[in-house]
Design a protein around this ligand. Sequence first.
Ligand SMILES: CC(C)(COP(=O)(O)OP(=O)(O)OC[C@H]1O[C@@H](n2cnc3c(N)ncnc32)[C@H](O)[C@@H]1OP(=O)(O)O)[C@@H](O)C(=O)NCCC(=O)NCCS
Length: 173
Amino acid sequence: MTSHAIRPVTEADAELLFTWRNDPETLRWSRQQQPVSWDDHLRWLRATCRDDQRVYRVVLEGETPVASVRYDRLDDAGHRVEISVLVAAESRGRGIGSIALRRGEQDLRCAWPDVGRIVAVVNRDNVASRHLFERDGYRLQREDQAWLTLAKTIDLIPPGHGGSGPTGGVDSG
Ligand SMILES: CC(C)(COP(=O)(O)OP(=O)(O)OC[C@H]1O[C@@H](n2cnc3c(N)ncnc32)[C@H](O)[C@@H]1OP(=O)(O)O)[C@@H](O)C(=O)NCCC(=O)NCCS
């Protein structure tokens, strides 16, 4: 059985993430459908790696990066984050998305134990993405023309049971 690990994104992932971001299927389902330039991507990634309001991870299958998952804090008071997930084109359709959600959520809870709700904004025609989130417990909250908002409540971890724990664990999901 192949094992999957998760680790923080670094600037060394720039090329990989650039390819995934400008992949035709990713662009098709993005709110921003124009390809990103290399310079803009590098600027964005440098800022993102220093941004303490984002949890950004790469999922590895063995040694190979196969997906990314990112959580952006929406507000401090509401303890909500918005999720973005991407699976490498050659790895789609075989459950990696689910592994990314599960492993990403574990890291999210370690990094930010106060988060109680994860929000996903999905194009209504993006069937794979919608299935992925629904199977993971996300439920439809709002419909806004082409865009659906799905959300999932996660249990708040009591003080002393969470915190900035280690990342990079391995499972065999
Ligand atoms: C959407 C995405 C993250 C899903 O990840 P994945 O690893 O390919 O998905 P999975 O293999 O876990 O499958 C998820 C579900 O979608 C279904 N599915 C997968 N590919 C599909 C396709 N092309 N058409 C319809 N359904 C599809 C699967 O059968 C599964 O449904 P089920 O739970 O009812 O069995 C991935 O395809 C991707 O990165 N797409 C491009 C970027 C994108 O759309 N990101 C999400 C933005 S919100």
